[in-house]
Design a protein around this ligand. Structure first.
Ligand code: SAM
Length: 485
C-alpha cells in the first residue's frame, strides 16, 4: 500500500487514497468541533504584517473540516474571510481571458467529454494557421489580450508541432491596436521535452485539469486512450515544472466524483507542488460538468448545487490564498456574481467552445456543431466588462507579470510583499483604458473611465500614480499602448 508523502514524485504517494479517506473521516468527526473550527478560521484570516497582509493558508485536513461543517454561522464566516483574502491579495481586479479551441480531434475515451473518440455525431475540425489567424483577429477585435488554447489529444492530428505553430501564429498577429500578450495552454499531459518546447514558445500558464483525483473512478471515466494512465496524468505538473514552466494551473471537473474527495485531493496536489518545487499552483479552476453533444450530465450522480459550489470556492480561497482562481462561462451570470466575491480572480468572457467559433459570427450567432459544452453565460465581452464595472470589479487585461519575469515564486513574492496596489492595480487600470479606447461601447466607456478616476486614487505611491495617470492620458490620446509596471 502506498504511503502518503507530499514530497514524493509518485502520484499514489502525493495524492494518497488512504490519506484522503482519513481526511474525510477526520473532517466528519470534527465538523461540529467549535473550538477547532475557531482555530482554523483564525489561522485562515489575513493578518496585517510589516509589508502588507499575510496569510498562512490551510492544510487539506483543516480546509476539509470547514468544508464538512454545515453550521450557517460558520459558513457565513468562511465567506467573510474568503472575501477579505480576495480583497487583500487581488483587490477588486478581475483578469479577463477567452478560450480558443484549436482542434476537437481526440483519441481518448473520456466518457463525459463530447470529443471522445467514439462520438461519431460531432464533426471533427482542426484550425489551419489561416483560420487561427482569423480567430485571433476576431478575438482581438473583441478586446482580448489573453487566451487559453484548448485541444483534444491526438498525436497525429494535433502533435506538439501543431500546437507550437498555433502559438507562434497567435503571438505574431497585431491587428489594429490588438495583440495577444499571453497564451495559456490547456492540452493533454505530455513529456518534459514537450513542456520545454511550450516554455520556449513563451506560454503563460500550463493548465491541466485532473478531472478526478479518485484513481478507480478516473480509470473508469477514461476507459481508453493515453489519458487512461492516472499516474502519467497526475504527475504531469511535475514534468511541466521540470521542463521549466513555472506557472501551472490545477482543476477538478466537479460532478464526476464526490466533491469532498476531490477537494482534499486538489489541496494535496497544491501542497505537493509547494513541497517539491517551492511554489504552489498559479491558478485553480473550478469547472462543473455541463450538457454537451452525446453527454447528459444527469448520467453522473455527483453533481453539486450552487450553494455547495460556492462553499467549495470559498474554502479553496482560504486554503491557498496566493493562488489565482478561475471561473468560466460554464457558469451563469448569477453564479459568477456570487463567486467573484468569494475569491475568483479570473473569468472568461464572450467565450465560444467550438472550433472556429469566433471569426465570422456575431455575438447572437453561435455555432454549436463542434462545441465542447453549452455556454451558460452567453453575454458579449463588452457586456461582461460593463457588468464587472457596475459591480465594482475592475476588468483587467493585464499580462505584465510573466512578461516581466514575475512567474512562479517571484509572482508569489509580489503577492506577499503588499506591492500589488503599486503594480497590478495601475496595470489593470491602464489595460482597461486600452480596452475602453479601442473596443468598448459608449456606456461601458463612460462607466469605465469613472471607475479609473476613482481607482487611481487608491495607488499608494505618488510616483507610480503619476506615471499611471500619464500613461492613461497617452492611451487616450493615441500616443501609446502596452504600458506596464
Ligand atoms: N484535452 C485536454 C486534456 O485532456 O486535458 C484538455 C482540453 S479539454 C478541451 C478541457 C477540459 O474541458 C477538460 O479537461 C474537461 O475538464 C473539460 N470538459 C470536458 N467535457 C466537459 C463537459 N461536458 N462539461 C464541462 N467541462 C468539460
Amino acid at each position: 500500500m502506498a504511503v502518503y508523502n507530499p514530497k514524493s514524485l509518485k502520484a499514489e504517494e502525493f495524492i494518497n487514497h488512504e490519506e484522503i479517506l482519513a481526511t474525510l473521516e477526520y473532517a466528519e468527526a470534527h465538523k461540529n468541533d467549535k473550538e477547532l473550527i475557531k482555530t482554523i478560521l483564525e489561522k485562515a484570516r489575513p493578518k496585517k504584517g510589516e509589508m502588507g497582509y499575510e496569510c498562512r493558508g490551510l492544510t487539506h485536513r483543516e480546509a476539509s473540516v470547514l468544508l464538512a461543517c454545515d453550521d450557517p454561522e460558520v459558513i457565513e464566516e468562511i465567506y467573510k474571510i474568503a472575501e477579505e483574502i480576495k480583497l487583500a491579495f487581488y483587490g477588486n481586479r478581475i483578469v479577463i481571458f477567452a478560450p480558443l479551441y484549436l482542434s476537437n480531434y481526440c483519441v481518448n475515451g473520456c466518457v463525459y467529454c463530447p470529443y471522445h473518440v467514439k462520438n461519431k455525431t460531432i464533426p471533427r475540425k482542426k484550425l489551419t494557421q489561416e483560420e487561427v489567424k482569423n480567430e485571433v483577429i476576431a478575438l482581438q477585435d473583441m478586446g482580448h489580450k489573453r487566451l487559453a488554447i484548448e485541444a483534444g489529444e491526438d498525436p497525429v492530428n494535433n502533435p506538439i508541432e501543431y500546437i507550437l505553430d498555433c502559438i507562434k501564429t497567435i503571438y505574431s498577429i497585431k491587428h489594429k491596436n490588438g495583440e495577444i500578450r499571453r497564451v495559456n495552454v490547456n492540452i493533454a499531459a505530455t513529456t518534459v521535452e514537450n513542456y520545454r518546447k511550450l516554455k520556449d514558445a513563451g506560454i503563460g500558464t500550463y493548465i491541466l485539469f485532473q478531472e478526478t483525483y479518485h484513481k478507480e473512478s478516473y480509470e473508469q471515466l477514461h476507459p481508453t486512450g493515453p489519458k487512461h494512465d492516472y499516474n502519467y496524468h497526475t504527475e504531469a505538473m511535475d514534468r511541466a515544472m521540470e521542463g521549466g514552466i513555472d506557472d501551472v494551473g490545477l482543476g477538478v471537473l466537479f460532478g464526476l466524483e464526490l466533491y469532498k474527495y476531490e477537494f482534499a485531493g486538489l489541496l494535496m496536489h497544491a501542497e505537493h507542488l509547494e513541497a517539491v518545487h517551492g511554489v504552489g499552483p498559479h491558478t485553480i479552476s473550478v469547472p462543473r460538468l455541463k450538457r454537451a453533444d452525446d453527454i447528459d450530465p444527469d448520467q453522473f450522480d455527483n453533481g453539486i448545487d450552487d450553494e455547495t459550489f460556492a462553499k467549495i470556492t470559498a474554502c479553496i480561497r482560504l486554503a491557498v490564498p496566493y493562488t489565482g482562481m478561475i471561473i468560466s462561462t460554464r457558469e451563469t451570470e448569477e453564479v459568477r456574481s456570487k463567486l467573484l466575491r468569494l475569491g475568483i480572480s479570473q473569468v472568461s468572457g464572450g467565450s465560444r467552445t467550438s472550433v472556429g467559433g469566433y471569426a465570422g459570427y456575431s455575438n447572437d450567432e453561435r455555432p454549436h456543431d463542434t462545441e465542447q459544452f453549452d455556454v451558460s453565460d452567453q453575454r458579449s465581452l463588452d457586456e461582461v466588462v460593463h457588468w464587472l464595472i457596475k459591480n465594482g470589479h475592475i476588468p483587467s487585461f493585464c499580462t505584465a507579470c510573466y512578461r516581466e519575469g514575475r512567474t512562479g515564486d517571484r509572482f508569489m513574492s509580489l503577492c506577499k510583499s503588499g506591492q500589488i496596489l503599486n503594480c497590478c492595480h495601475p496595470n489593470a487600470l491602464m489595460t482597461l483604458s486600452e480596452y475602453l479606447e479601442d473596443y468598448a461601447s459608449e456606456d461601458t466607456k463612460k462607466s469605465g473611465y469613472e471607475m479609473i478616476k476613482e481607482e487611481l486614487e487608491k495607488i499608494p505611491n505618488p510616483k507610480v500614480k503619476g506615471i499611471a495617470e500619464d500613461n492613461i492620458d497617452a492611451i487616450r490620446n493615441a500616443n501609446g499602448r502596452d504600458f506596464r509596471f
